[in-house]
Design a protein around this ligand. Sequence first.
Ligand SMILES: Nc1ncnc2c1ncn2[C@@H]1O[C@H](COP(=O)(O)OP(=O)(O)OP(=O)(O)O)[C@@H](O)[C@H]1O
Ligand SMILES: [Mg+2]
Length: 257
Amino acid sequence: MAEQRPAERPPLLVGRGVTRYFGGVAAVQDVDFEVRAGEVLGLIGPNGAGKTTLMNLISGLLPLSRGDLIFNGRSIKGLSPWDIARLGIARTFQIVKPFTGMTLRENVAMGAMFARDGKGVSAREALEVAGEVLEMVGLGHRMNAYTDELNIAMRKRLELARALALNPRLLLLDEVMAGLNLREVERLMELVRSINARGVTIIVIEHVMKAIMGISDRIVVLHYGKKIAEGTPQQVAQDERVITAYLGRRFGQGKGA
Ligand SMILES: Nc1ncnc2c1ncn2[C@@H]1O[C@H](COP(=O)(O)OP(=O)(O)OP(=O)(O)O)[C@@H](O)[C@H]1O
Ligand SMILES: [Mg+2]
């Protein structure tokens, strides 16, 4: 059977009128979007545009004020973060907070215990999965180190490993490239591509333009909580509203790289 291109595949996640208020302010407002199975969807926009809030809504950390989110054909509205993780949605956090006093392997094993279809995973199995996932992200040699020994690039990889230990179908990455140098960004882009090549669908938030343009099949642009553009990286890069709201100021002097 010929492989389907992402554009031809069914949607894995659909957002309809996704809205979240904080007090009277809409952090995310009436956002419609689709993520197709196997695709890398980029999410960009200025600081405060609502990107992290949208990820918090998808992962169940925050309830929707209005709208719906349909994952794999079923509404996940109102489900707990644990239920959503078990359905196969994993995420990283913009501010990385590993458990201190634990080795990398123990940190990641905590994630594996909650893995998709992971009912009854023993501690030993969880540690085994953790070892494999740490190898995958290039931290195999530091498996038994403590998290306070890690530099920023390693912490970002650990964060990725924790999410991957959940065996997700959909992976949400919130600024995993922030604070990395150009070489580290390139290596992490390779890693994200290889995770996607294993069949994991990805939504990625990033201010590092080179990275977001290089790894996304499509990009959704948020501005003051609203979707102002959507399309291929080339299409959004040429969109007047996107240039005015975001790219004009960023291109060439991008934060991070
Ligand atoms: N828990 C919260 N309580 C109140 N307001 C919040 C909360 N979380 C986010 N906001 C507000 O919602 C808006 C969107 O914030 P959000 O963190 O989603 O933006 P972002 O696009 O991720 O920005 P950045 O690029 O700086 O990470 C901002 O105005 C922010 O101050
Ligand atoms: Mg954010």
